[in-house]
Ligand binder design. Sequence first.
Ligand code: SAH
Length: 241
Amino acid sequence: MLYVVGIGPGGLDMMTYQARAAIEEADVIVGYKTYTHLVKALVGDKPVLKTGMCKEIERCQAALEMAQSGKTVALISSGDSGIYGMAGLILEMVTKHSWHVEVKVIPGMTASIAAGSVLGAPLMHDFCHISLSDLLTPWEVIEKRIIVAAEADFVTCFYNPRSRGREGHLKQAFELMSPYKDPQTPVGIVKEAGRRKEAKWITTFGDMDFELVDMRTLVIVGNQSTYVEQGLMVTPRGYQL
Ligand code: SAH
């Protein structure tokens, strides 16, 4: 059995009971170091196969091999494993190759949901997720999605907003959105949501400070109706008050 577990954005208190149970039931845990660290208390002295970044295929292969040999394996992803996580890759491998492994995907709280609650209620209306990582997606495709999301006035959550070698992506994304965004549009920045070092900033589209953003940060750009009051970022649903 292979559980593909979304552990949520931070510590144990943001995990589902199902995710906890899968980790407790597993004989072996597989995951990227930072995430195995976040669930250390549940793992106890079980064997943990840690792999670094950019070793996703090897990590999934190892998890599938162990599960096929009869072990119960928990492959852990941060947030939700089906959102820029490991669930898709595992299921691609299982559906396209002849693995004989039962796979169960266990959902987790994705970063945008955690960040939204830290900022107030910015995701109250239609919103979308855009990853600015062009490691697996051509930049032109990402550009197109940024533009149409802005034109359609979606609240937009940017995942993978900045990293070494890709410092300029978020700034480029803002430039692409600028024809459709009022400079006063609220922007929320949340670093390490749900973790010990959680930090947040609320600014505007025109005053955005890109230096605040790193790869552990989620950026939420509001829609035309999003406002900030008493330090809270709110997107109205449309109720008449
Ligand atoms: N599967 C994860 C996303 C992985 S992509 C999920 O569902 O949340 C990695 C990106 O997610 C990071 O670059 C960052 O933009 C965002 N992210 C993940 N955890 C976060 C957290 N605790 N706080 C803020 N952003 C986070």
